[in-house]
Design a binder for this molecule. Structure first.
Ligand code: SME
Length: 172
């Protein structure tokens, strides 16, 4: 059984090294994108300090639709270009927001949110969704968090790209 360990370090590089190791173990051998998103969101929410929301939005017919997450119930559909999540899709790049009140078009799902980090999921050149993190603290996220979560996105995508589990391959 996988048991997520709390990560006790002030050093962000070390934090993300340990987070990456735990995530690789958690997703190992499982290609299902929804199961993997659910476990990734749970691991992020458990291990990262000062978060009030951690989760996925997934592209469905040209718009972002709410996926697995931890935190308060959130808005379901976000158009490409709208809010921080839609901006990350339009730019095909991570968006780091120190103060969401200063971000034009920010979509407030939880009035407590003050800062946000959104990382796009890009597979075979297509944006297939985003990972979204919210914090009640101003400027909670910096470049170290951005590169750490970009690594999380890469681990998630690599796990989902794995060949089907042998039991499914045998059945087909
Ligand atoms: N704040 C996001 C919306 C999603 S919630 O934070 C969960 C945005 O502006 O796109």
């Amino acid at each position: 059984m996988f048991e997520a360990r709390d990560i006790k370090t002030e050093d962000k590089a070390e934090f993300y090294r340990e987070l990456a190791q735990q995530l690789e173990a958690l997703l190992h051998g499982e290609p299902d994108p929804i199961a993997n998103a659910a476990n990734t969101a749970a691991l992020l929410f458990q291990t990262m300090p000062e978060l009030n929301w951690a989760g996925f939005y997934l592209m469905r017919d040209g718009e972002l639709v709410l996926g697995p997450f931890q935190g308060r119930p959130a808005c379901v559909r976000i158009a490409v270009g709208a809010g921080v999540c839609g901006a990350a899709v339009a730019r095909r790049a991570s968006v780091l927001v120190e103060d969401v009140h200063a971000f034009p078009g920010h979509i407030a799902c939880d009035a407590a949110s003050r800062s946000e980090l959104v990382v796009p999921l890009i597979a075979a050149g297509e944006v297939i969704g985003v990972i979204d993190l919210d914090s009640p603290s101003r400027a909670r996220f910096d470049e170290a968090d951005q590169s750490g979560i970009e690594r999380v996105a890469a681990i998630y995508l690599a796990a989902c790209a794995q060949a089907p589990a042998p039991v499914l391959a045998r059945a087909s």
